[in-house]
Ligand binder design. Sequence first.
Ligand code: NAD
Length: 354
Amino acid sequence: MNDAITKSSITIRELEPSAGYARLVEARDEQTGLHALVSIHSLKRGPAAGGCRMYDYADIKQAIFDVERLSRGMTYKNAAADLPLGGGKSVIIGDPKTQKTPELMRAFGRFIDSLKGDYYTAEDVGVSPQDMAHVAEEAAYVAGLEGGAFASGDPSPVTARGVFLCLKQTLKHATGSDDLTGKKIAIQGLGHVGMSLAGMLHDAGAKLTVCDINDEAVRAAQANFDATVVSPGEILRQDVDVFAPCAMGGVLNPVAIAALKARFVVGAANNQLADDACGQHLKDAGILYAPDYIVNGGGIVNVAMEILEISDPDYRESRISGLATTLEKVFVRADELDQPPHVIADQLIEGRLS
Ligand code: NAD
C-alpha cells in the first residue's frame, strides 16, 4: 500500500489490487461520508471506463470483490465492442436511498478527478444522470450526462439495437435466415432495454411472449405489441425460438436451463450464466447461447462516444453492427472447436488484449 494523499478533505490511497488488475484506489471523506473504491482492471486499450454503483455492501471485502469483478467485465465488454477503452468500475459504499447527497457525489467527483483520466465513470445501479451531473461539477472524466456537447443520455435504445442485431445474427448462423416474421420470442423483463427491444422485434414481425414483475410494463407490451403475457415463473418454459433475458443476471442456472424450450438465448442482462459450467450445460442441451457481454455492448458504445467526443452516427452504427460480426466469429470458431461460445468469446477478447 502507498502513502495516502489528501485532496481537499478526501483521503485517497492506493490499495493492493488482485492479481491481473492494474489499480485499486480507495477514497474516504469524513465531511460527506463518502467511502468509495475505483478498480482499474486494464489500461491496455485506453483509459478505463465503466459505471459507478452505489450499494450498501456488508463490508469493504464484499465491495472490493464486486468492484473488481465488474471492472474486469468492463475490460471484456469494451474490447468486444472494439472500443479504445480499458476496463474499470467504481463503487460507493452506502444506501443510495438514505446516504446519497449532492455533496457526497461532488466529493466522489474530486476522487475521480484525482485519477487524472485513467478512469471514466458513468451511472450504474443506484446512481442517476442527475448524480453524475454533480460528479461532473468536480471532474472532467464523466459520461452518461444528459446535457453538454457530446451528452449521450439514456444508452438503453442503443443497447436494444445491439441485442436486436445479435439476435438476428444468431438465427442467421443457426438457420441460414435472419427473417423474424413469425419467430416466437420470450422476453424476460420489460425495462429500458426489454421494452425497446420488444418494439423492434414486433416491428420486424416476431410474436412476443413477455413477463415482468411490473404490471404496467406488461400491459403496455400487450397493448402496443400484441404480446402474450405470462408470469415471471412461466417465462422459461415457453415454447419459443428465442429466450431474451433482459432483467437480472445469473438467470441461466441448471434448473432454468433444464426448463428452457428455446433453442437460442440472446438478451441484454449482464452476467447471465450462473457460472461457467452453465455455458457447457446450454451447449449440451442443444441451446445456442450468445455471450452477454458481446450482445449488450451497445450501451457502452454510446457512453464511449461521449468519452471520446464523437458525434458521428456512423461510428455508433459501425460499432453496433460490429457486435454482430464479432458474435458470428465466435459462433464459427465454437463450431470448429466444438466448444461453448462463452469460452471462445473469452479467448477472442483475450487475443484482442494481448
Ligand atoms: P431496467 O431496470 O430498466 O429493467 C429491468 C426490468 O426487469 C424491470 O422492468 C423490472 O421490473 C424487470 N424485472 C426485475 N425482476 C424481474 C423478474 N424476476 N422477472 C421479470 N422481470 C423482472 O434495466 P435495463 O436498463 O432495461 O437493463 C436490463 C438488463 O440489461 C440489466 O441486467 C442490465 O444490467 C443490462 N444492461 C443494460 C444496459 C442499458 O443500456 N440499460 C446495457 C448493458 C446491460
